[in-house]
Design a protein around this ligand. Structure first.
Ligand code: SF4
Ligand code: SF4
Length: 376
């Protein structure tokens, strides 16, 4: 017997085991991302990665999985839907007294959930291949270009917002990879289906999608509220609205997310305190409360200072009530210089006439989202 039929069967079994482990789709691809290398270099050369210095540090190794894990022949790419049912998107975005947390971060930190499942998948393949297999799991890991790999593995196509899109599931899913040293048969990419649409480019509050398939992370609210450590550029603050951790706008407007599938995974169920939270309640938290409430959540990674910075901006973009102004003033003395600067900006916004003009822009965006009833 040649090895080919065994590998065909193994590839088939791997997909079945992946589904049994809770993944929604599994694809297999080789390690050749040569076509991505020039795009990656151009993106880095433009400085679009901002402070994400690790992106530049790994350089072209990100497009060469076999350099990362010697002997790697194939990448098993998986996706797992995360949108919880009753995600209350429109309700939260439309209410400037509430903070909007990107829907992927409402439950437990997905990195652990996915990595554990990928490890189980690797062990199962190892058993089936009589311990011949070496494997290494990755989840949202800097050294690897997971979206192009998932694209090559046929899990979807890359949308103009640079996220992966699937005809049956939209884009609200996590990706993960298992690097293996078996020459499994590979899957093939699917045809892109964005067509003439450019809704994500038009809706982006900060103009971060600078051209189709090109995001300037330095303008992206996800980068600004999660990755950026210092002050958020002043001209972008009014455009952030009430988004306190990440942003889903380019996904929410995407017509393919009519087909988004909600997840039954208990780990992704929203925490009550983060689902559609009152900004003043979040602002009242001290660091101990922040650490306790975000235990096991991806939000904890940004730390209390950035959390406060983000909430100060959201409060500055909201209605100018006495309660809000007093709450901001009250915290100022104990706040770090970074947070103090954002408190001062928020107070200035709330007291100025200019702020009402700026808020008009955000109001317009919220009106658009009121039309998003699917996952409201
Ligand atoms: S996540 Fe938000 S800010 Fe970033 S590209 Fe999408 S719409 Fe723009
Ligand atoms: S909004 Fe339109 S252009 Fe953007 S990713 Fe979706 S289909 Fe593609």
């Amino acid at each position: 017997m040649t090895s080919t039929p065994d590998l065909q069967k193994l590839a088939h079994d791997i997909k079945q085991w992946g589904l049994e482990l809770g993944f929604d789709q599994v694809g297999i691809t080789d390690c050749d991302l040569t076509s991505e290398e020039s795009k990656l270099e151009a993106w880095l050369a433009s400085g679009y990665h901002g402070e994400m210095e690790y992106m530049a540090r790994y350089g072209l190794m990100r497009a060469r999985p076999a350099e990362l894990q010697p002997g790697t022949l194939r990448v098993i790419s998986v996706r797992m839907n995360y949108l919880p049912s009753g995600a209350q998107i429109a309700k939260t975005l439309a209410d400037p007294t509430r903070g909007y947390v990107s829907r992927y971060a409402l439950g437990r930190d997905y990195h652990k959930t996915l990595r554990n499942r990928l490890k189980q998948l690797g062990e199962r393949i190892q058993q089936a291949s009589q311990d011949m297999l070496q494997f290494r799991p990755f989840v949202d890991s800097a050294p690897i270009m997971e979206r192009p790999l998932a694209d090559k593995a046929g899990l979807g196509w890359t949308g103009k917002h640079t996220l992966l899109l699937n005809k049956n599931a939209g884009s609200f899913f996590f990706l993960g990879e298992l690097l293996v040293d078996l020459p499994l048969p590979i899957d093939h990419p699917i045809e892109p289906a964005c067509g003439n649409c450019s809704a994500c480019i038009q809706i982006c509050p900060t103009g971060a999608i600078v051209a189709p398939y090109q995001v300037d992370a330095r303008r992206c609210i996800s980068y600004l509220t999660i990755e950026l450590n210092g002050p958020i550029p002043e001209e972008l603050r009014p455009l952030i609205g009430n988004r306190i951790y990440g942003c889903d706008d380019c996904q929410l407007i995407c017509p393919w997310n009519r087909y988004a599938v909600t997840s039954p995974e208990p780990d992704f169920s929203p925490r009550q305190s983060l689902h559609t939270p009152d900004l003043l309640t979040l602002w009242a938290w001290d660091e101990a409360m922040f650490l306790k409430t975000t235990e096991g959540s991806a939000i904890r990674r940004i730390g209390f200072e950035k959390w406060q910075r983000n909430i100060a901006i959201a409060l500055g973009n909201g209605p100018a009530s006495d309660d809000v102004i007093h709450a901001l003033e009250y915290k100022r003395a104990q706040a770090s210089p970074l947070v103090q600067e954002h408190i001062d900006w928020a107070l200035c916004q709330l007291r100025s006439l200019v702020s009402s003009e700026n808020r008009k822009h955000d109001k317009l965006i919220r009106c658009i989202y009121k039309g998003l009833a699917d996952h409201a």
